[in-house]
Design a protein around this ligand. Structure first.
Ligand SMILES: Nc1ncnc2c1ncn2[C@@H]1O[C@H](COP(=O)(O)OP(=O)(O)O)[C@@H](O)[C@H]1O
Ligand SMILES: [Mg+2]
Length: 288
């Protein structure tokens, strides 16, 4: 886990870090000329807090290509959740541009799968009925929605718990229900805000391998916010490090480790090298 850190220092340009055996995806022929799934340029957000302007994000550049797994790390309060809220359409930027598949999408709400930082399970609904909430909101009948969810219960480790209520579940299971709800909504891109925060290290590493398997099968674009640098490297094609508030992209690291990824890789030279560079950028953020 990363320490909490804070500073007003910020850089204007993100440094790009890339490993040897460098064949980053953007350079591969098949992605030439394709439209970025998410393209954020010069994004800024100012909140009004009791009459005071609070600049939360400034000049944020960020993108995800189709099928990529991209992570964002940054200190508390630097605007990570705000960035995801804006991409999902729950909020709007104060400046800069956001394009989804090449279009400024003002009506994007509901078109992006979003697992928010809080699991937001409804305590009066069972596991099954929480899982199908997104489908119901899309107008799918309860029977049809339940049938679709049933197929995935086992893959999400929720088999046999369909009729339980959230209060009876562990933190990890609650997160899997929230994640199942997100996946069932069946969007082409998912935003995951600290999805594994409630899990201990042992469960986390199991769920990482599970998530990678799922991502490879589903072929979706995933953007994940995390505090865990190992988690970010292990899962991602690219990792962004944000500065303290007002948050901006401090560093972009291409993670050119081979796939499929295995737990053993965390001790490999490539992994350790990337971790050192990322941690160093994060420490610069925290100042002397
Ligand atoms: N709707 C809002 N109105 C006013 N301030 C907000 C609002 N949402 C978030 N903030 C403030 O913006 C800052 C960034 O919040 P957030 O994006 O949740 O940070 P992070 O997810 O990186 O921890 C915080 O200081 C928070 O208090
Ligand atoms: Mg947050």
């Amino acid at each position: 886990m990363l320490p909490e850190y804070s500073t007003d220092e910020m850089g204007n340009e993100a440094m790009a870090v890339s490993q040897q055996h460098n064949e980053n995806k953007a350079a591969q022929p098949e992605s030439h000329g394709t439209v970025r799934t998410i393209d954020v340029v010069g994004l800024g957000k100012v909140f009004d807090q009791n009459g005071q302007e609070l600049a939360v994000m400034q000049n944020v550049d960020f993108h995800a290509e189709e099928g990529e797994f991209v992570s964002i790390i940054g200190p508390s309060g630097c605007g990570k959740s705000t960035l995801l809220n804006i991409i999902a359409g729950l909020d709007d930027q104060s400046e800069g541009s956001l394009k989804l598949r090449g279009e400024e999408a003002s009506d994007r709400l509901g078109t992006v799968g979003y697992m928010q930082q809080k699991d937001l399970l409804l305590p009066w609904r069972s596991v099954m009925d929480n899982a199908i909430l997104g489908l119901e909101l899309q107008g799918v009948s309860k029977n049809e929605a339940r049938a679709r969810a049933s197929v995935l219960m086992e893959q999400f480790g929720l088999d046999g718990f369909e009729s339980e209520y959230p209060s009876a579940l562990s933190g990890g299971m609650r997160q899997r229900v929230a994640f199942l709800r997100t996946v069932l909504a069946d969007q082409q891109m998912f935003l995951l805000d600290e999805p594994f925060g409630a899990l201990d290290a042992l469960n986390r590493s199991q769920i990482h391998e599970w998530l990678l398997g799922l991502w490879e099968r589903l072929n979706k674009t995933i953007v994940m916010v995390t505090h865990d640098v190992d988690e970010a490297i292990f899962l991602s094609d690219r990792v962004y490090v944000m500065s303290a508030r007002p948050g901006t992209m401090r560093l972009v690291a291409n993670i050119d480790l081979p796939r499929p990824r295995f737990l053993e890789m965390v001790t490999s030279e490539g992994f350790v090298g990337l971790k050192t560079e990322l941690l160093s950028a994060i420490r610069q953020e925290s100042g002397p």
